[in-house]
Design a protein around this ligand. Structure first.
Ligand code: SAM
Length: 293
């Protein structure tokens, strides 16, 4: 059993394989934990070896370029370019690198000092970028109504619902009217009444069983954010919709509207498409394949 946190979905970059292979790696959090999720995450991501700076989690798409082109850019397209982008939990900047090209101002906030330092060093030639340490709950470096887009990808899956609620309050504060937020978070809580605590803890990827798409939707609406769409995703190809993407708008007058909810049982096909593009075009034209950096 690996004790390193695992994150990217199951999948194979090899030869454009269409099948969606289960990952052998598992992450079992120490339970019960005395630590807050912020402290647990800070410890985990300080200790993590970061073998490829986060690109190891892009393997299911073939490369981070393919992840950006197929999964993230199309979902953010309508909100880009943005004057001001806030990224929650950039890690070593795997996604920040793309966001930086689409805004005039960028603020990345992470709970792990090692990640903040790494991003500051990595993006020191980008004067419009700032990387700040957070307590894991707040966006104190961001002024009210200052952000056009708040994004968090492949990070808040590891936080409890209470942390998501705190960030939702902050997102409602920092988004300008009409601004957009895109959050990737756990939906494991959708199974809390069907699986034992032990089984929930055994699900790979360190997803939190307190968090769910339904709870995020209700907490978002309570702070005046409109939930436009939620995608429920079988991230680890184990029959469970463990993850969710939630798209939000700062539109308090329409916060009570029901969101569209899509079950992404075609998720494996999205990754296969990304791998095919990676192999045929991105690696083909870019030479080495996965653009690192
Ligand atoms: C799996 S890494 C992903 C990093 C990056 N988003 C990526 O996709 O490469 C998880 C990151 O989330 C950060 N993190 C975890 N909990 C957080 C919280 N409550 N607030 C801010 N950052 C957090 C960790 O420090 C770590 O950098």
């Amino acid at each position: 059993m690996s004790t390193e946190p695992t994150t990217g979905p199951a999948g194979s970059a090899a030869a454009g394989a269409i099948e969606h292979k289960p990952s052998a790696a598992t992450y079992v959090r120490p339970m019960p934990s005395e630590l807050s999720d912020a402290a647990e995450n800070r410890q985990a991501w300080t200790d993590y070896s970061w073998p490829q700076g986060g690109h190891e989690w892009s393997e299911g798409w073939g490369s981070t370029d393919a992840l950006w082109c197929v999964t993230l850019h199309p979902r953010l397209f309508a909100a880009l370019p943005a004057r001001s982008i806030v990224e929650i939990a950039p890690g070593f900047g795997r996604i920040s690198r793309y966001l930086l090209g689409h805004c005039e101002r960028y603020t990345g906030v992470d709970v792990t000092p090692r990640c903040v330092e790494r991003c500051r060093a990595r993006f020191r030639d980008q004067p419009h970028a700032a990387f700040e340490l957070t307590d894991g709950l707040t966006l104190t470096k961001v002024a009210d109504a200052d952000a056009d887009l708040v994004i968090s990808y492949d990070s808040l899956v590891h936080v409890e619902q209470a942390t998501l609620s705190a960030y939702l309050r902050e997102i409602a504060r920092v988004l300008r009217p009409g601004g957009t937020a895109f959050l990737h978070h756990s939906n494991l809580g959708a199974y809390a009444d069907r699986l034992s605590a032990e089984d929930l803890n055994r699900v790979p990827g360190g997803r939190r069983a307190s968090a769910s798409a339904a709870r995020v939707a209700s907490d978002a609406a309570a702070v005046g954010l409109r939930v436009v769409l939620q995608e429920l995703i079988p991230w680890h190809d184990n029959g469970l919709l463990t993850d969710a993407f939630t798209l939000l708008r700062a539109d308090p007058d329409r916060a009570a509207l029901e969101p569209r909810v899509i079950v992404r049982d075609d998720w494996a096909r999205e990754l296969a498409h990304a791998r095919a593009l990676h192999i045929g075009y991105l690696a083909g034209l870019g030479g080495a394949g996965a653009r690192r950096g």
